[in-house]
Every structure is written in structure tokens, then in C-alpha cells.
Write a protein that binds this ligand. Structure first.
Ligand code: CA
Length: 746
């Protein structure tokens, strides 16, 4: 088949995909869910992190570490609710705030005109003894306090009641107008001082403009169909329950039920639309359970139950555990991918428009592992990769370079990091190309559509203008960004040591737009003032600021690297494809250098100078992630360590530290269990000192686990990437040689 014919074939494939997409509407995604949900459940079992409270004597309010306690036995939606337990006494006071979870790329903008929540009191509470309620918005403006009794009668004992409060009842009590669509917090405040202790369970805080739900008690049937084809699969400590998507506009959530005795089913958890999977921890091997699932609408009315599925936990070998880990993380890129583009979402939950270029490259490598391990068929992998390639072929390119973020529907560039970031991102493009070049060598069979894909990837590779990102023919480095509007305004010179060695490797390897191999030394490994200043800027140390380091940390010598090595993702992203084993440049052999960085990170966490909870030989691996207070590139220095443990750190280091990574994996899975593990494997991060667990999974952090575990087990992605014909000549041009090197001190 010639090029033209294969192009037509590809176009037919595209048309088929679009046709299928039209017939089978894609499941509603979670962004919609979070435009209505202020609170549904706490991820942490004891105290809700996104809450606050205080009391002044003689009044009292039950708090755990200053947060509201979680009610696990009483809830409206499983697995929990929040408990308000107070005593209102004259001359005292108390208040309790419940905030929306402000995860990455969530816009706190609710769609609706009414605040709803469910409440329950075992003993009953007279209306006059109910607290006051107020709200505040994302700008910190707060409302007046309204008596709850205005909206709800006395609470009968043991009965769930839904409260409805029109948002316009709340008037500003601060100096600015209250922005009701940006309400992010509900606050309960002491009202009548009856001196008695009251307990109110509250759950499901929603802002909505659809019909109120009070007349429809939970459990009455809705028009939603039962979820179909419920499956259950047992692992060592948990069961994965999955089902076919219910594609109905009225779907608000799924409710998962479990029975341990085969007859008595209890609700154990909910899942948002767009995710058709739930991980249920049973705690130990040898436990059998049966499951069924119902769909629930915005009035909390349930569909008929699904079929029942059963599974039992069972002892798994280390190999089986690793496969489980790889498959769980792989699902982020398979089931969790953007439905139109097939690309990787920046984070889940998040903003379901935003697909990320570099994370999509990582996702492609995870897909290859998925095919090779039989999680999906070769045809499925090929179809998905074709979808991704078709999308990035039409996406805007800036001298061949893609932007960091795109709209997954339209491919439009999304300047998520600010107005200057509306052009090409060379690092993200290199990560994407790392994945594409690995895929080119995997789908390299004689079938027509594999040949076609090979050619299309080759064309994408050959049209990346690496040399343009040199900025000028005299420049001795590559630059991270270029935008048609802002040109070189961001002015980020690419200087190692960090995650980006792959950029220089690919730029030098390019068959069409190569840069000279000397840029590796003048740009990436720059030992002059420019490089030193750059490294000091982010690290606040002189150690390693001339690229080479030479110091020892915890008795481990570091040839190359800034300070004590930096965040661990430096040793993952480029090395998912680049197999640095057995070769060295004039400075170091990077596999061993990365191993040193990982071992220093482990030793630091064992020493634990910050005295953070949980740190040790099985809880280590500081690297970049969002923490309780936002993003931080965590690294083994007291300055960049706040107690947040990002699971990809230890788990993506398997090739460097197999025993210590396995110890971390078993601790995360067996001991932290459902606090740490969700539908896509380990959650992004946890901070045991703060009782915080990340509400998200990150596109950059799950795939390195799948891929680096595979490299540890079989070297698959290393072999694929290194087999590209442009790689070995490039390494020769730079001066990589076989064997180890003894670094000279500077
Ligand atoms: Ca709940």
C-alpha cells in the first residue's frame, strides 16, 4: 500500500471512530459532578481534612486535630458523613466549617440556586436547638447567619431529612458582595444556648437548581436502568468491582453494595459518573464477598440493582502483586483517558477538558505495557494509539512542537500555566515523542495499519523543529517554550540535571531538525556561570551547581545532581525510554547516578529530620506532587519536605532500588490500604502528619509506575525506545561510551 492509500485507510478508521462515538455517547465525566457537589464523603476515615472548627468555653464542639470527625456508621451516602456534636452554653460559642475540596484545576463554581444537605439525629433535635448556618465564597466573603429552624422542622429521632436553602437567602455580611456561585464553604454556628449536648450527622452538601428531593426518600425507584455486567475480581487485600457505564443524563452517582454473608447487602461506597470501577478493601486474603451496584439520580432515587458478582481475596506472589500494581495504574490511561482524543487527562478528578502532552507520552508507554501484559489486546492498543496520533496530527504545533495542555475535544491550546504559556513546550513534546518512538518500535508488524501508524509517527517525529528551540544559530542551549504571541518571553533555558535529559537526546537524534551534539555539554551539562546560577536558583545550594557534584550524602557518592539529588521524578521521566545501563558520558553513568539519588532519598526518609509521621524504610520516595497546601517538588532536604509522601517516588524507582521499592509498595497496599489505594492504584500522595490524602490521581505520576516496574521486570520500554535507529548514533555523537566512569572532582 502506498502512502496515499494508507492515508485514505487511516481516514476511514477515523471516520469509523467518529461514527462509533456518535452511536455510543460517552459517559458523563466528573467535572459535571463537582459543579454540584460541595461534600459527599471524606477520604480520610477519622477527620475530614477540608473542615475546621473551634469552640469557646463553656460551649463545646467535638473536633479531631481541629477538624470535624467522620461518621462511619451513619451516613446518607456511603461510606461516611460528618458529625457535628456540640453543647451550646450562654457566654460560649462554637462554629464548624465544611469546605469544598479544592483539587487541581477544579473551578469552585457551582451550578444552582439552592443549597441542599441531608441531616440525621438519632435522638432528635428540637428546631429551636438547631444551629445557625452561613456560607462563604472563594474570595473569603461571608454571609449573615440564618437560623436553620427557618428551613427545617424539629428533627424526629432516627430519620434522614434533606434541608433546602435558597442561596439568595444568604446576604453578605462582609465588606464585599457575596458571590453565590462561588460559595465554597458552609459554616454552622452556635444558636440557642440550651446547654444540652446534640449530635447532628450531616452529608451530601449540594448546590443545585433541579427539583428538590425531600419528597423522594432514598431507596425509591428512579427511571435509571440497572448497571449491567457487574464484575468482581479478587486480589490480595481488595476486590475490584467494575460495571458497564450507564449513559443516562439523570445519572448522578453509582452506589456499590457488598454482602459478606451472601444475603445481607450494605452500601459501601459511591462512584462518580464516568468512572465504572470501585476498589473495596477487605483487609486480608481469604475473604469472600458478593457485590451489586445501583445507579442513583440527583434525588438519590435508585435504579434496580445490577446482577450480583462475587470474588474472594487470595494470597498473591510478588510477581502477581506487581502485575496488579501495573494494571491499576495503566487503567488511568485506558479507562480514564479523554474519550474523544484518547489523550491523558492532567488529573482525575480534575477538569475533564484538559489533556496533557507529556503525560500522554507516558500514557502511550503504559499502553504498550498493557498490550504486552495482556491487559488489553494488541488491536485495542493499536486503535487507541491511532486515535491519539489522529488527534495530535490535527493539534496546533509551534514549529512542530505541541503545547503543554490542550482541549481534548478541539485540540485547542490551553494556557493553564498563564498567558505566556500559549505556544510550544519542548519538554512536554519530548516526553510525548519518547512515548511515540517507543510505540513506533512496538507496533512494527506487517499489518497494514501498523505500517501506516509507523509512517505517521515517523512523520510527526521528523516535523518537530528541535533546532528552532535553540533560539538562534549561535545559541549554546535549547529553550523550553516558544509562543507566536510572546516569542521567547518565558526564557527558560534547559539546564540539567533535572527531568529533561531526553530533550537534548532527541534534539541531537533528530533526522531532520537536529542540533549539534555540543549543546549537550554547553546547554544540558553547562558548567559555566549560566548553569550554576540556574541550578542555585531552584536548589538554594552550591552543591552540584556546576552539573557535577562529587559530594557524598548518607555515605552515598553523587556524581551528577544538584544538592542531595532533587525530586525523584528527575530519575524517572526521561529514563522510562532512555536505558542508561552500562554506558557513561564524561561525567557519570546515569543509571548508577539515578540509583544513588534514589538511595539518598531512602536514607533521608529513614533519618527523617523533619520528624514526619510514617517515614521509614517502607515509606519513602520524595518527589513532586500536590500536597495539602498545593504543589511542591518534594526532595530530600528539610527545606523541600513537608511530610507529603508521593507514591510514584518509590514505586517508579523499582529498577534502582527493587527491595526498598517493594517494601514501600507492600506497605502502601497492605498497611495503608483503602486510605492510599483507589480505582487507578495508589492515590497521588498522602501526608500522615496532616491526616491528608490526595483527592486526585495525576497523569504524570501513574504511568511511570507501570513503565518503570516493567523496565525492572523485562526492560520492555527501554528495549523499544533504544531500538529506534536514531538513538545509538546520537549517543555516539555525544560521546557516550560503554562501562562506568570515575567522575573527577571539581
Ligand atoms: Ca456521604
Amino acid at each position: 500500500m502506498n502512502n496515499r492509500a494508507s492515508f485514505q485507510y487511516a481516514s476511514r478508521l477515523v471516520l469509523q471512530f467518529l461514527f462509533l462515538a456518535a452511536i455510543f455517547p460517552f459517559a458523563k465525566a466528573d467535572t459535571q459532578y463537582y459543579k454540584h457537589t460541595l461534600f459527599d464523603n471524606s477520604l480520610e476515615p477519622d477527620a475530614y481534612y477540608y473542615s475546621s472548627g473551634r469552640a469557646s468555653a463553656p460551649s463545646a464542639l467535638e473536633l479531631i486535630h481541629g477538624k470535624l470527625p467522620v461518621s462511619r456508621d451513619l451516613f446518607y451516602t456511603p461510606p461516611n458523613a460528618l458529625r457535628l456534636k456540640w453543647r451550646s452554653v450562654p457566654d460560649g460559642g462554637w462554629e464548624a466549617g465544611i469546605s469544598a475540596i479544592n483539587f487541581r484545576n477544579r473551578e469552585i463554581a457551582f451550578h444552582g440556586d439552592t443549597l441542599f444537605f441531608w441531616c440525621f439525629s438519632a435522638a432528635g433535635i428540637p428546631a429551636s436547638s438547631l444551629p445557625l448556618i452561613q456560607v462563604s465564597d472563594a474570595g473569603g466573603n461571608f454571609s449573615n447567619s440564618l437560623p436553620l429552624e427557618k428551613f427545617v422542622a424539629s428533627l424526629a429521632p432516627g430519620k434522614w431529612v434533606q434541608v433546602q436553602i435558597p442561596l439568595d437567602e444568604f446576604k453578605t455580611a462582609s465588606i464585599h458582595e457575596l458571590e453565590l456561585q462561588h460559595v465554597e464553604k458552609v459554616v454552622f454556628v452556635q444558636n440557642q444556648s440550651d446547654g444540652a449536648e446534640h449530635t447532628l450527622i450531616v452529608d451530601e452538601f449540594m448546590i443545585d437548581d433541579r427539583l428538590a428531593a425531600a419528597s423522594a426518600p432514598a431507596g425509591t425507584a428512579s427511571s435509571l436502568p440497572a448497571p449491567q455486567n457487574v464484575r468482581a475480581k479478587g486480589y490480595e487485600r481488595h476486590v475490584d468491582i467494575s460495571w458497564d457505564s450507564v449513559n443516562e443524563a439523570a445519572l448522578e452517582r453509582y452506589v456499590v453494595y457488598r454482602s459478606l454473608d451472601g444475603s445481607d447487602f450494605t452500601p459501601i461506597g459511591i462512584q462518580v459518573p464516568g468512572v465504572n470501577r470501585y476498589a473495596d478493601f477487605l483487609g486480608k486474603p481469604g475473604v469472600s464477598a458478593r457485590y451489586k451496584v445501583a445507579a442513583s439520580d440527583h434525588r438519590y432515587k435508585l435504579s434496580p440493582f445490577s446482577n450480583e458478582a462475587s470474588a474472594a481475596t487470595k494470597t498473591l506472589s510478588d510477581d502477581e502483586l506487581l502485575t496488579m500494581l501495573q494494571e491499576a495504574c495503566f487503567r488511568y490511561y485506558w479507562e480514564g483517558a479523554h474519550p474523544i482524543s484518547g489523550m491523558t487527562l492532567e488529573n482525575i478528578p480534575g477538569d475533564d477538558r484538559i489533556v496533557a502532552t507529556g503525560a500522554s507520552g507516558f500514557g502511550i508507554m503504559a499502553l504498550l505495557v498493557g498490550v504486552d501484559r495482556g491487559f488489553i489486546t494488541r488491536e485495542q492498543g493499536l486503535e487507541r494509539l491511532t486515535k491519539i496520533v489522529t488527534f495530535i496530527e490535527k493539534a496546533p504545533r509551534y514549529h512542530g512542537v505541541w503545547s503543554h495542555f490542550m482541549d481534548g475535544d478541539s485540540a485547542k491550546t490551553l494556557p493553564v500555566f498563564g498567558r505566556f504559556d500559549n505556544g510550544g513546550d519542548l519538554v512536554e513534546t519530548a516526553f510525548l515523542m519518547e512515548g511515540l518512538l517507543s510505540a513506533r518500535q512496538y507496533f512494527n508488524g506487517p499489518a497494514v495499519h501498523e505500517k501506516d501508524l509507523f509512517q505517521r509517527i515517523s512523520h510527526l517525529w521528523e516535523t518537530v523543529e528541535w533546532d528552532w528551540y535553540r533560539r538562534s544559530p549561535q545559541s549554546d542551549a535549547l529553550y523550553w517554550h516558544w509562543s507566536p504571541e510572546w516569542s521567547w518571553h518565558i526564557n527558560h533555558r534547559l539546564t540539567g540535571y533535572n527531568e529533561a535529559i531526553i530533550v537534548y537526546l532527541l534534539a541531537i537524534a533528530s533526522p531532520t531538525h537536529a542540533v549539534p551534539a555540543e549543546l549537550y555539554y554547553s546547554g544540558w551539562a553547562n558548567q559555566g556561570e549560566a548553569g550554576a546560577k540556574y541550578r542555585q536558583g531552584w536548589s538554594a545550594t552550591h552543591e552540584g551547581d556546576r552539573y557535577v557534584n562529587g559530594h557524598s550524602y548518607y555515605g552515598i557518592k553523587l556524581d551528577v545532581g544538584v544538592g542531595s539529588g532533587g525530586p525523584l521524578f528527575f530519575t524517572h521521566y526521561s529514563y522510562m525510554g532512555f536505558d542508561a545501563r552500562g554506558i557513561h558520558d564524561r561525567f557519570t553513568d546515569y543509571f548508577n547516578d539515578n540509583q544513588a539519588i534514589a538511595k539518598i532519598n531512602l536514607a533521608y526518609c529513614i533519618e527523617n529530620p523533619g520528624h514526619y509521621q510514617g517515614y521509614g524504610a517502607n515509606f519513602w520516595g520524595l518527589t513532586a506532587s500536590d500536597g495539602a497546601d498545593g504543589y511542591m517538588p518534594h526532595e530530600p532536604t528539610p527545606r523541600m519536605d513537608d511530610g507529603t509522601m508521593t507514591f510514584t517516588g518509590a514505586l517508579s524507582s523499582f529498577p534502582y532500588t527493587p527491595q526498598a521499592s517493594m517494601a514501600a509498595f507492600k506497605h502502601i497496599y497492605r498497611d495503608l490500604g483503602d486510605r492510599a489505594w483507589g480505582e487507578y492504584g495508589p492515590r497521588d500522595a498522602i501526608n500522615l502528619s496532616e491526616d491528608w490524602v490526595s483527592p486526585i490521581f495525576m497523569g504524570l505520576n501513574q504511568a511511570p509506575i507501570t513503565v518503570m516496574v516493567e523496565n525492572y521486570r523485562t526492560g520492555l520500554i527501554w528495549k523499544l525506545f533504544m531500538s529506534n535507529p536514531e538513538i545509538e548514533p546520537m549517543l555516539d555523537r555525544i560521546g557516550f561510551k560503554p562501562g562506568r566512569v570515575a567522575v573527577k572532582s571539581h
